[in-house]
Design a protein around this ligand. Structure first.
Ligand code: FES
Ligand code: FES
Length: 173
C-alpha cells in the first residue's frame, strides 16, 4: 500500500515575547491574543470586544501600542512583543506605571487594567510628561466600565511624576 504523502511542516514563527525567544508552530492568521493566552499562558492580556475597540488586549510590538486581537501572529515574526507580564523587572519589581496604578487605585474590577497599564507605558515612552488631557486623549482606546477614569488618569500622571492635582482633578466631561 502506498504511504500517505506527508503534510508539509509549517515553518515556525520566531518571535521574542517579554524578552524570551519563542518558536510558534501555528497558523499565521491566528490572532496573537489567542496565541498569547492559550499557547503561551500569558493570560494577563485580556479579551474584551475581540474587534479592536476596548483596549483590554493592549500589547506592545517593538514598543508600539497594538491590540492583540487584531494582530495575526504571523505579523509579529521577528519582532519583540511585550505583554503586561513583561513590564515588571526580572526580579519581579513592578514598573513605575504598575506601582502608580496600585498607589492611586487606578482599577476596580481589574479587567481593563492590564491594557490600561500597557497603554500608559506606551504613552509615557512617547511623551514622558503628558497633561491630563493628553492622557485622556491617548487612552481613549482603553475602555473602563468601573472607574470613571479619574483614578486612571491620576495614576498615569503619578507615574510621570506629574502632580495629580490641577486639571487631573477634573472628571472628564
Ligand atoms: S479585545 Fe482587543 S480591543 Fe477589545
Ligand atoms: S476596572 Fe473594571 S473595567 Fe476598568
Amino acid at each position: 500500500m502506498a504511504s500517505a504523502t506527508p503534510r508539509p511542516v509549517r515553518d515556525a514563527i520566531q518571535v521574542t515575547v517579554n524578552g524570551q525567544a519563542r518558536s510558534l508552530r501555528t497558523p499565521p492568521a491566528r490572532p496573537l491574543l489567542d496565541v498569547l493566552r492559550d499557547d503561551l499562558e500569558l493570560t494577563g492580556t485580556k479579551e474584551g470586544c475581540s474587534v479592536g475597540v476596548c483596549g483590554a488586549c493592549s500589547i506592545l510590538v517593538d514598543g508600539r501600542l497594538m491590540s492583540a486581537c487584531l494582530v495575526p501572529v504571523g505579523m509579529v515574526a521577528g519582532r519583540e512583543v511585550t505583554t503586561v507580564e513583561g513590564l515588571a523587572g526580572p526580579d519581579g519589581e513592578l514598573s513605575r506605571v504598575q506601582r502608580a496604578f496600585l498607589e492611586c487605585s487606578g482599577f476596580q474590577c481589574g479587567i481593563c487594567t492590564p491594557g490600561q497599564v500597557v497603554a500608559a507605558t506606551a504613552l509615557l515612552a512617547e511623551n514622558p510628561s503628558p497633561t491630563a488631557d493628553e492622557v485622556r486623549e491617548y487612552m481613549t482606546g482603553n475602555l473602563c466600565r468601573c472607574t470613571g477614569y479619574y483614578s486612571i488618569v491620576r495614576a498615569v500622571l503619578s507615574a510621570a511624576g506629574t502632580s495629580a492635582t490641577g486639571d487631573a482633578a477634573k472628571e472628564p466631561a
